[in-house]
Design a protein around this ligand. Structure first.
Ligand code: ARG
Ligand code: CA
Ligand code: ZN
Length: 242
C-alpha cells in the first residue's frame, strides 16, 4: 500500500507575514502529495524519452501538528539551531515516526536543507526558507510551487543530487542520466550532458537545481531507493505502516 507520513510543521516567525497561515501550510502538504503521487499537473510534460522511467512514488503526507514560536532572529544559518529550543528554535516532535519540517528565514541564498537517513534524531527533518515554502503567502517565484520541500524530502529519503555533487558524478540511481553539473533556471529541452555517452540530461527531475516550474518528476530508480529506507532494516523503518 501507500506509505503515510505524518508531518509536523515548526514555524519560526519574526514578522507577522512569517507567522504563516494554515492555508499556506496546507498548500505545502498538498504540493508534496501531488509530487509524490504523480498527480502534479505537469507530470504529463515529462519528455517521451523519460516516460518509461517517470514514477509514482506512492507516499502520502498528512499534516499532524503545527508548532509556532516567535523569534528575534532575522535569519537562521544552516547549523540546526532552528531545531533546538535552547538556541531559540523548536525541538522536533517524535522524529522517528513523524517528518518534522521547519519554516524559517534561512540566511541569504538558501532555499532549504535536509538531514539524510541515519543521522541523529534530535536534528532529523527538513528546513525550508520562508520564501520557498508552499504555494501562497510568503512563497516567492520562481520557488513558489512547493518543490523545495519535494527536493529536500527526497534527500530525507536518501536521494542524492542528480549530478552526484561532482562533475559527471553518481546519484547511485541507474535510470537517471549522468549530469555534467547542476542545472539552474529552466533549461530548454534537450539539454545534453558532457559526460560519457553525452546523454540527454533529466533537468526536470526534482533532484536537480532547476526552478520549481521546471522540475516535475522522480524516476523509478529514485522511487526504489526511497522506498528501501522504509522496509525492514531500513533507516526509516520506524515510519512503515503495520
Ligand atoms: N539548494 C537546495 C538544496 O540543495 C534546494 C534546491 C531546490 N530547488 C527548487 N527549485 N526549489 O537542497
Ligand atoms: Ca527568505
Ligand atoms: Zn539538494
Amino acid at each position: 500500500g501507500v506509505i503515510e507520513i505524518p508531518v509536523v510543521v515548526n514555524v519560526l516567525y519574526k514578522t507577522t507575514a512569517q507567522n504563516v497561515s494554515q492555508a499556506q501550510i496546507q498548500s505545502q502538504i498538498d504540493a508534496l502529495n501531488k509530487d509524490y503521487n504523480a498527480t502534479n499537473t505537469d507530470f504529463g510534460s515529462v519528455p517521451a524519452l523519460f516516460s518509461g522511467v517517470k514514477a509514482n512514488v506512492g507516499i502520502r503526507f498528512v499534516l499532524d501538528a503545527v508548532y509556532r514560536k516567535s523569534t528575534t532572529k532575522t535569519s537562521w544559518r544552516l547549523d540546526d539551531s532552528m531545531k533546538k529550543s535552547t538556541k531559540g528554535g523548536i525541538n522536533p516532535t517524535r522524529p522517528t515516526t513523524k517528518l518534522n519540517l521547519w519554516f524559517c528565514n534561512l540566511t541569504s541564498g538558501y532555499l532549504g536543507y535536509a538531514q539524510f537517513p541515519g543521522g541523529a534524531s534530535a536534528t532529523d527533518g527538513v528546513v525550508i526558507d520562508d520564501n520557498a515554502f508552499g504555494t501562497t503567502g510568503t512563497a516567492a517565484a520562481p520557488f513558489n510551487k512547493g518543490r523545495t520541500a519535494t527536493h529536500e524530502v527526497g534527500h530525507w529519503m536518501n536521494l542524492r543530487h542528480i549530478w552526484g555533487d561532482a562533475t559527471c558524478g553518481t546519484d547511485y540511481v541507474n535510470d537517471t542520466p549522468s549530469h555534467n553539473t547542476a542545472n539552474y533556471g529552466c533549461p530548454s529541452y534537450p539539454h545534453y550532458s558532457t559526460c560519457s555517452g553525452t546523454p540527454v540530461e533529466m533537468t526536470m527531475n526534482y533532484m536537480d537545481y532547476t526552478d520549481d516550474a521546471c522540475m516535475y518528476m522522480f524516476s523509478s530508480g529514485q522511487k526504489d531507493r526511497m522506498l528501501a529506507i522504509f522496509s525492514t532494516g531500513g533507516a526509516r523503518a520506524t515510519f512503515a505502516q503495520p
